[in-house]
Design a binder for this molecule. Structure first.
Ligand code: SAM
Length: 283
C-alpha cells in the first residue's frame, strides 16, 4: 500500500498538466500558476511547449519526454523531483497519458514513492462525448485504431458486443477508411464525428454509419474524435426491474412521468408500451 497527499510537501511530486486542445483560452489560471512555479518542465515536444509557454510569458528550462525516450526521460524527471526540483510534464495537447506519453512516467514515479498530481484541463474525447447526444453514462475509450486494416478489423470484432458508447481518436488521413470499416464490421449504428474541437472550425457530424460513408471526406479536415453507439441491448435482455429503477430514478429528480417514460425508452431502447405498462404497475 502506498498513500501520497498532493498538498503536504511530504514527498517529491510531479505535476501532470493538461494543456489546450486548440483554444488557448482553455489554459487555466491554475495550470499557468503551477507552470510558472516550476524549475524544469518535461514536454512531449519542446518546440510546441516553448511556443505555448511563450504565449503566456513563461520562460522555463524544458527537456524532451516523448514516446521514444519515455523510460529514460521519466527516470531523469523522477531523479530531478527527488533532488528537490519542482517538475512537471506536459504533452502536446490535452491530458498527458491519454493517447500521449505519461503512463510510464506515472507508473515509475509511483513505484519510487514520488507523488503525482494532475492539473485539470481539456480532453478531446470528453468534449466530443458530452456533446455527441450518445449515452454518456457508460463509455469505452479505445483511442487510435491500428493503421493496419486487419489489426483494426480484429480490434473492432472484439469490441462488437460492447454495449457502452465507443470512442476512437482518428486522423483526417484515415477517417474515410475507418468509417467504412466501422460500418462493415459493426453494422449500421449512430455515429458522431467531432472535429476541430474548441477551434473556429469546430463541427459535429452525426448520423447513421450508412449515411456517413457517403460524406465528402475532402471536407473532413483537422483533428477528430469518433463517438459510436454501442451494441444495442436486445429488448428481452433488459429486466422489468431495471426499467422500473430507471423510471424511479428520473421521477426522484423531479422529471415528469411522461418525460421519465420517454428517457427510459431512449436510453434502454425498449418499446414505449412496455415501459408504460410497468409504470402503471408501480402505482
Ligand atoms: N492527450 C490528448 C487528449 O487528452 O485528448 C489526445 C492526444 S492524441 C495524440 C491526438 C488526437 O486527439 C487527435 O488525433 C484527435 O483524434 C484528438 N484530438 C486532439 N485535439 C482535438 C481537437 N481539437 N478536436 C478533435 N479531436 C482532437
Amino acid at each position: 500500500m502506498n498513500r501520497s497527499k498532493s498538498f503536504d510537501n511530504s514527498k517529491p511530486l510531479i505535476y501532470l498538466i493538461a494543456t489546450p486542445i486548440g483554444n488557448l483560452g482553455e489554459m487555466s489560471k491554475r495550470a499557468l500558476d503551477v507552470l510558472q512555479d516550476m524549475d524544469i518542465i518535461a514536454a512531449e515536444d519542446t518546440r510546441n511547449t516553448f511556443s505555448l509557454l511563450s504565449n503566456f510569458g513563461i520562460k522555463k528550462e524544458l527537456f524532451s519526454l516523448r514516446e521514444h525516450n519515455e523510460i529514460e526521460a521519466s527516470e531523469h524527471l523522477i531523479k530531478l523531483a527527488k533532488s528537490g526540483k519542482k517538475v512537471a510534464y506536459v504533452s502536446d495537447a490535452g491530458y498527458p497519458g491519454i493517447s500521449d506519453p505519461g503512463y510510464l512516467l506515472v507508473k515509475k514515479a509511483r513505484e519510487e514513492d514520488v507523488a503525482v498530481s494532475t492539473i485539470s484541463g481539456s480532453c478531446a474525447f470528453i468534449n466530443a462525448l458530452v456533446a455527441s447526444g450518445l449515452p454518456t453514462n457508460h463509455f469505452y475509450f479505445y483511442g487510435f485504431l491500428s493503421k493496419k486494416g486487419q489489426e483494426a478489423k480484429k480490434a473492432l470484432e472484439e469490441l462488437s458486443n460492447r454495449n457502452e458508447t465507443l470512442i476512437f481518436y482518428e486522423s483526417p488521413h484515415q477517417i474515410e477508411e475507418t468509417i467504412k470499416l466501422l460500418n462493415s464490421v459493426l453494422g449500421d449504428r449512430e455515429c458522431v464525428i467531432a472535429r476541430e474541437l474548441t477551434k473556429i472550425n469546430e463541427e459535429y457530424i452525426s448520423g447513421k454509419l450508412s449515411e456517413l460513408v457517403n460524406l465528402d471526406f475532402k471536407t473532413i479536415k483537422g483533428e477528430m474524435v469518433i463517438i459510436l453507439e454501442g451494441q444495442p441491448k436486445s429488448d428481452n435482455e433488459i429486466s422489468d426491474e431495471k426499467i422500473q429503477d430507471k423510471i424511479r430514478f428520473y421521477l426522484s429528480l423531479g422529471v415528469s412521468e411522461k418525460a421519465a417514460i420517454q428517457i427510459a425508452v431512449e436510453e434502454l431502447k425498449v418499446p414505449k408500451n412496455r415501459v408504460y405498462k410497468l409504470v402503471q404497475e408501480m402505482k
